[in-house]
Design a protein around this ligand. Structure first.
Ligand SMILES: Cc1cc2nc3c(=O)[nH]c(=O)nc-3n(C[C@H](O)[C@H](O)[C@H](O)COP(=O)(O)O)c2cc1C
Ligand SMILES: CCCCC(=O)C(=O)O
Length: 331
């Protein structure tokens, strides 16, 4: 892990209510997948190419993955995260504690809207219109959550509601006045993806793909991209590390749409490994929350800056290009 990220996590742990720290840090079940997401990177090595004789560009293929409830981390919540982007894309959660229009207004980079499809499609449509009117550039439908994950740390703390004064603001006054809960439903299907495509011209990504046949289905349903993700180990605690699931999805998609990855990315080297295995970009979840809790927008900026600097350094050391033949197992 990049030491700056470790330092920011230490600082976040010191300032956060332990219940909120554990909400951010925790995973589902025995937290096997949570640990595996990071461990998977340590099992791989990169074989650099040399003497390629080229300067590298400044492209930084990183997005901020959608995470809920930023006001639990910092009083400015998602506004602080949005201010820190300087060109990086923020995927803003349905469960943000700031309305999406305010997130976009504060943003210094593109904002995409992460959508939990609501079984009442009138509610889903109202969310989509809200995201469109706010100026979001894409929708990211989270597909790995037919039901809430069971997070033992939250259950042990009895944490199931936001404290008074905080709410999932995007869920206010949709269809009718008042605040709705975010529903997760096993009835959500590819048919909803088709309906969303008819409903909006925004590019539609699907997040939470692990099985190559689902990647194939996603392409068949006309998505603009897929995100290989296990929700940071917060849903099914039986799945592979997202890095280990990546190559089969990349093969199934075969270049037809971009394939992003999130889960366990903690250094510039991790970004390079994911790209070498075929990811077009990576998403960062918890480290952004640690930066936010430690130091608001400055902390988030620091996370992005150290990852950018480290990634470009690793890329230079690798000869400026990354491909699957450069990845080997450590023995
Ligand atoms: C506290 C927390 C809240 C999250 N909330 C959402 C969410 O609202 N929507 C979503 O699609 N994913 C959510 N995720 C999953 C992240 O988008 C992402 O897949 C995961 O955090 C990536 O792993 P990382 O934290 O190891 O970088 C959440 C993750 C965390 C840690
Ligand atoms: C309704 C909030 C969902 C947040 C989430 O996706 C998570 O905590 O992993």
């Amino acid at each position: 892990m990049n030491p700056v990220l470790a330092e920011l996590h230490d600082k976040a742990r010191a300032v956060l209510d332990p219940v909120h720290h554990d909400f951010f840090a925790g995973g589902a079940g025995d937290e096997v997948v949570l640990a595996e997401n990071e461990a998977a990177f340590r099992r791989l090595a990169l074989l650099p190419r040399v003497l390629r004789g080229r300067e590298i560009g400044e492209d930084f293929p990183v997005m901020i993955s959608p995470t809920a409830f930023h006001k639990l981390a910092h009083p400015d919540g998602e506004l602080a995260t949005a201010r820190a982007l300087s060109g990086t894309t923020l995927v803003s959660s349905t469960a943000s504690t700031v309305p999406i229009a305010d997130v976009v207004a504060a943003a210094t980079g593109p904002v995409w809207f992460q959508l939990y499809v609501q079984p009442d499609m009138a509610v889903t449509e109202a969310l989509v219109r809200r995201a469109e009117q706010a100026g979001c550039r894409a929708l990211v439908v989270t597909a790995d959550s037919p039901v809430f994950g069971r997070h033992r740390r939250d259950l042990a703390h009895g944490f199931h509601d936001l404290p008074p004064g905080l709410a999932a603001e995007n869920m206010r006054d949709l269809v009718e006045p008042g605040l709705r809960n975010i529903a997760m439903s096993p009835t959500v299907s590819w048919e909803h993806i088709d309906r969303l495509r008819e409903m909006t011209a925004l590019p539609l990504w699907v997040k939470g793909i692990l099985h190559p046949q689902d990647a194939e289905l996603a392409v068949g349903h006309g998505v603009a991209g897929v995100v290989v993700s296990n929700h940071g180990g917060r849903q099914l605690d039986l799945v592979p590390a997202s890095l280990d699931a990546l190559p089969a999805v990349v093969d199934a998609v075969a270049g037809r749409v971009p394939v992003a990855l999130d889960g366990g990315v903690r250094s510039g080297g991790d970004i390079a490994l994911a790209l070498a295995l075929g990811a077009s970009a990576v998403g960062i979840g918890r480290p952004v929350l640690w930066g936010l809790a430690a130091d608001g927008d400055q902390g988030v900026r620091r996370v992005l800056d150290v990852l950018r600097d480290e990634f470009l350094h690793v890329l230079t050391l690798c000869g400026g290009e990354l491909s699957r033949d450069m990845v080997v197992k450590r023995c």
